[in-house]
Write a protein that binds this ligand. Structure first.
Ligand code: ADP
Ligand code: MG
Length: 456
């Protein structure tokens, strides 16, 4: 955010203010140099000597400014990050009574930023006396030069005065150009940061000639999938087949790799080995956006936007009220939406925090229903809900799963008994597969998990 807002503003200030000034100063400087050549080119050569005296310290100072500038911007990033975190986690801060802790931390960060800012100002402040000294020296030399020339009769007093005025007129643009150079260094910091963002390459690159997606995919297959985030293998060679209209459930302990596995289907990551196919075609051959459009995802945390309920369900589609309402009805969300004062037009900003987890979840399900994706992924969609709202959400989910190819991750095994196949994952390995009743009969891992939950 700081790069998009802060750094861009710095660059904007540079672009709007400096360009016109630059043209003016450069033109003046060129004209003055020409006049000087006409008047006294030997003196001009002498002046050339002063140029490095002006330029070198300026370059030195601006390098330092630039280094500090990078640090200061980095510090600002951190401060903003902290601020955003604290504000959005306000409840945690309050619940743990950590206001003082957070203020101290914030003060520390902003003090660090202040020190960095002071350093920059100090360097800038130092550069001014240096320039003045150089200017004073120049004037003294000129006075000496003039005295000699006038005494020897090579120049009249009037000529010398004209000469002085031209030099003065030249000094001014040089001074402001060097100052501009220093300012430019400061903005370069911002510019570099903006460009680093603009130049960053997307990690997911689609194929040059994507294969068109099948309109109604019939078969989703994962073949010998191996995957690791770092060096530890999270998935150790998994196979999975889901046919159209079928539901495959993934169960198993936390950290077993269930979420990782389903994240491979919309290509949030690509497997290190093995492949995922839809109707026999590797998903890497499809346009990633087309692929994702055909996959609906409902997760544990439901992310809603600061729009109206209608816009949250339609999310970017131009859907009519009737379509949104139909989706909301199937998601068992219609009734509680209608109970709100403004119904579907209620803004989330007002109601967002008053909605219960189950209600938010049903809005998310309505969103997925409206998208009407042939492939559906449910990642612990009911885990954070109480039993009462879980029942409603479960019914909504059953509506959603009808006639779709679904992969369901469930924490509560009671919710996946109907699945066509249940796969038990442990530490990235498939330990059992079968139907609910088959697995219960086998009396192994699944049975143990099931028994543990029946007692609760
Ligand atoms: N983005 C990530 N970067 C690194 N490791 C991760 C990441 N996401 C998950 N993991 C690790 O991968 C393993 C499997 O996690 P996950 O797929 O979320 O399991 P599950 O959904 O079955 O609880 C865990 O050990 C977890 O720490
Ligand atoms: Mg998970």
């Amino acid at each position: 955010m700081n790069r998009v807002l802060g750094d861009v503003a710095v660059v904007q200030g540079l672009a709007s203010g400096m360009v016109s000034d630059l043209i003016k100063q450069v033109t003046t400087a060129i004209v003055m140099v020409f006049i000087l050549i006409k008047m006294d080119w030997i003196a001009l050569l002498g002046l050339m000597f002063f140029f490095p005296c002006v330029f070198l310290p300026v370059r030195y100072f601006s390098k330092m400014i630039r280094r500090q500038g990078h640090r200061a911007q980095g510090g600002q990033d951190m401060l903003l990050q902290r601020l955003k975190e604290v504000l959005s986690n306000m409840r945690v801060v309050k619940a743990f009574a950590r206001e003082d802790y957070e203020s101290t931390r914030f003060r520390g960060l902003s003090h660090g930023l202040y020190s960095l800012g002071m350093k920059v100002v100090r360097i800038q402040g130092l550069s001014s006396p240096v320039m003045e000294t150089v200017g004073g020296l120049l004037l003294a030399c000129l006075a000496l030069y003039g005295t000699i020339r006038i005494k020897s009769g090579a120049m009249t007093g009037g000529e010398f005065l004209a000469f002085l005025l031209v030099i003065y007129a030249l000094y001014d643009p040089i001074r402001s150009l060097t100052k501009m150079y220093a300012d430019l260094q400061m903005s370069t910091v911002a510019l570099e940061r903006v460009f680093r963002l603009l130049d960053s390459k997307p990690t997911l690159v689609g194929p040059a000639n994507p294969t068109p997606m099948p309109e109604h995919p019939k078969l989703l297959q994962l073949e010998n999938i191996k995957f690791s985030y770092g060096k530890d293998e999270v998935l150790k060679g998994l196979d999975l087949t889901v046919r159209k209209g079928e539901t495959v459930a993934l169960v198993g302990g936390s950290g077993g790799g269930k979420t990782t596995l389903v994240n491979l289907v919309p290509r949030f990551f690509d497997p290190n080995e093995g492949r995922i196919t839809i109707d026999g075609i590797d998903i890497r051959e499809f346009d990633p956006r087309e692929l994702r459009k055909r996959i609906g995802i409902v997760t544990q945390e439901t992310l809603l936007f600061m729009d109206t309920i209608h816009d949250n369900i339609a999310y970017g589609l131009t859907a009519s009220r009737a379509q949104v309402e139909a989706a909301a009805r199937k998601a068992y969300a219609h009734d509680f939406i209608m109970a709100m004062p403004k119904g579907y037009n209620s803004p989330m900003a007002e109601t967002g925090s008053t909605l219960s987890g189950g209600q938010r979840q049903r809005i998310a399900i309505a969103r997925a229903l409206l998208q009407d994706p042939p492939i559906l992924i449910l990642d612990e969609a009911t885990s954070s809900l109480d039993t009462e709202s879980e029942r409603l959400v479960q019914q909504a989910l059953e509506n959603l799963m009808r006639n779709r190819t679904s992969i369901v991750i469930a924490h509560r095994l009671s919710t996946i008994q109907f699945a066509d196949e249940i796969i038990v994952l442990q530490n990235g390995e498939l330990v059992e597969r079968g139907t609910h009743f088959g697995l219960l009969e086998d009396n192994k891992v699944y049975k143990k998990l099931y028994d543990l939950q029946s007692f609760v």
